[in-house]
Design a protein around this ligand. Structure first.
Ligand code: HSE
Length: 444
């Protein structure tokens, strides 16, 4: 059994064959927002796990949680990580500046930590796993990626026999909900964001969702497990959905594509890793195209298994709580049995990944231009593309832009290096017949 600070007061007499659930495991939780509330609801059904203290931002806030003893609430999160009675800390406050020192302190005080904090794991995972190992305590984070979808353990264990070739994921529920509603209900961006916030999918500051950072943390965690490399977030290209318009969504749909915010990671040439987050056009018959609303999905290509896809709710109170509580039970069942808990979800890496710059990546592209509506415009676009080796798959005029009366010309390319595409676009934009670049999106 692990030497927890309160092991003398909570001595377990159980053997591994007969777990003793009569001696409760003592929990502390930091955060009682959306996820914390879900965790509380699930755990309040149990008698073998008890909350000793829960840290909240405001003690004055009204909370409709049956059985919640206000005496157990504190606004001092530090008291949770230092309280000798607490064996396991559940960190569901989010953010890094406050959470990181608290988790470190919890480890130093011999406590296991369950977190759903993707930013913390993506930015400081290596440091935290080293410390947890040194202190012989556990760090679990299934809820950090795609909420209720089991993906960390399956990637670490069930797919361990594979060389992972590619991961493409819809990893943010807020933006997937927004893009779905913009496509199906013709909502504008602002309406879609407001509804996502009302439904409790968005982070406190939705910039992390719509800016793609939330998805970038998640794909970085998955990439570090799959490719066994540390990912320096500074080198992960990240573009959100703030400039995606309903016009582009409708045009893409008419051409057989749906627009999704995708976290992508694949092995590139010469040992480099192509890892990025941005909106992409996904063909209607790709499995990821059918993932709607707040659902997430992770599509993985392994050299032995082929293609697999994990699907489910990637945001919200109960789906995230489902993953957090599963981690907790994995640890506490062993504590009940008197065993060392299952090993941490440690991410074993061999140095930092060499990340391919986005300008070196190869993609197909969807481009929409605002142009003059006169003869020769399509010809000049074709000539500029040809000059830089950009091969066109199709080019069509889709009527007139209502807002400025310009022609809407859309073209789709074959696959090419991004730097070639940028050169061709520079040449196209320089022509007086081209009024504006409406949108450039990569195709999966
Ligand atoms: N805000 C996140 C999302 C929830 O929309 O997916 C959990 O990361």
């Amino acid at each position: 059994m692990l030497d927890t600070p309160n092991s003398s007061t909570l001595a377990h007499t159980a053997t591994s064959d007969s777990p003793d659930f009569s001696v409760p495991i003592v929990l502390g939780m930091i955060g009682l927002g959306t996820v914390g509330t879900g965790v509380y609801k699930i755990l309040s059904r149990r008698t073998d796990l008890v909350f000793h203290q829960i840290a909240v931002r405001s003690l004055k806030k009204e909370r409709d949680l049956p059985g919640l003893d206000s005496e157990r609430l504190t606004d001092n999160a530090k008291s949770i990580v230092s309280d000798p009675a607490i064996q396991v800390v559940i960190e569901v406050m989010g953010g890094v500046d406050e959470a990181r020192p608290l988790v470190i302190e919890a480890f130093k005080n011999g406590k296991h930590v369950i977190t759903a904090n993707k930013e913390l794991i993506a930015k400081h995972g290596a440091e935290l796993f080293d410390l947890a190992k040194a202190r012989n305590v556990r760090l679990m984070f299934e809820g950090a990626v795609a909420a209720g979808i089991p993906i960390i353990m399956p990637l670490k264990l069930s797919l361990a026999a594979n060389n992972i070739l590619e991961i493409a994921g819809i990893l943010n529920g807020t933006t997937n909900y927004m893009l779905t509603q913009m496509a199906e209900e013709n909502w504008n961006y602002e309406e879609a964001l407001l509804q996502a916030q009302k439904k409790g999918f968005a982070e406190a500051d939705p910039t992390s969702d719509v800016g793609g950072h939330d998805a970038a943390y998640k794909i970085s965690i998955l990439a570090s497990i799959a490719f066994k490399k540390r990912i320096d977030m500074k080198h992960v290209y990240c573009k959100g959905i703030t400039s995606v318009t309903a016009t582009d969504i409708q045009l893409a749909e008419s051409l057989g594509y749906t627009i999704k915010l995708i976290g992508l990671c694949r092995q590139a040439e010469a040992g480099q890793l192509d890892i990025r987050v941005h909106p992409v056009l996904v063909e209607h018959d790709h499995p990821l195209a059918s993932i709607k609303n707040e659902n997430n999905a992770i599509w993985i290509k392994g050299d032995a298994v082929g293609d697999v896809m994990f699907y489910g709710k990637g945001a919200g109170e109960m789906p995230t709580a489902s993953a957090v509580c599963a981690d907790l039970l994995a640890v506490t069942t062993d504590l009940h049995k008197g065993n060392d808990p299952i090993p941490s979800m440690e991410i074993e890496t061999t140095g930092f990944a060499n990340i391919l710059p986005v300008t070196e990546t190869k993609n197909k592209y969807f481009v929409r231009l605002h142009t003059a509506d006169h003869p020769g415009v399509i010809g000049l676009i074709g000539t500029a593309c040809g000059e830089f080796g950009v091969s066109l798959e199709s080019i069509v005029q889709h009527g007139i832009h209502e807002e400025d009366g310009t022609a809407s010309i859309v073209f789709i390319t074959h696959e090419l290096a991004e730097k070639q595409m940028l050169k061709a676009l520079d040449k196209i934009k320089a022509d007086p017949a081209i009024q504006k670049l409406g949108c450039v999106l990569r195709i999966l």
